[in-house]
Design a protein around this ligand. Sequence first.
Ligand SMILES: N[C@@H](CCC(=O)N[C@@H](CS)C(=O)NCC(=O)O)C(=O)O
Length: 206
Amino acid sequence: MMSLILHEYAVSGNCYKIRLLLAHLGSAYTRREYDILKGESRTPEFLANINSNGRIPVLQDGEAMLPESNAILWYLAEGTEFLPADKLGRAHVLQWLFFEQYNHEPNIATLRYWLTYGGGMDKLNDWQRATVPVKRAGGEAALAVMEEHLAHRAWFVGEQMSIADIALYAYTHVADGGGFNLSGYPAITGWLARIAALPSHVLITA
Ligand SMILES: N[C@@H](CCC(=O)N[C@@H](CS)C(=O)NCC(=O)O)C(=O)O
């Protein structure tokens, strides 16, 4: 890998995933911040040079640009202890990365964004207000799946933390910002504490 630049927005959980893995890997990198609330990931320059999809995170490795948080996790974890070497273990990691992007993040991260950064319920438009209960139910369903899985094991895949755990940790540990109460999910809260206690852990605010 050449010199790494993370194009990001600090409070974004999708960006935090990458910083958390890089901390565990002990890799040096440069952070470049874009205020997405001001549209800085939607400028013609950003769309032309960084990500035509107008979103962060994007990992720059030399000249190459890699968007999509879970693709970045996979790229950085390849050949490390954070991605299993066996075929089935790797497929199980993909299983949870897709789950995170389809069942978890669109519900839990979106409610956090709307309620914590978008100004709360009063600032929502009619469609958003009507969608809150749908996203609440979807988020609780995702948490229930995680709780059931973690009731029997310490980590999502295998016997140690992998990028499946990192991807799911990012928005689960700040789910209260979306109005989710994790006190009814003891296996999840135990898993969150296990991750936060690891020696190389960094906070989303770091
Ligand atoms: N599937 C993408 C989602 C990226 C995403 O939604 N990024 C948000 C911040 S978390 C963003 O850049 N929003 C700004 C915008 O859409 O203008 C990933 O996992 O990286």
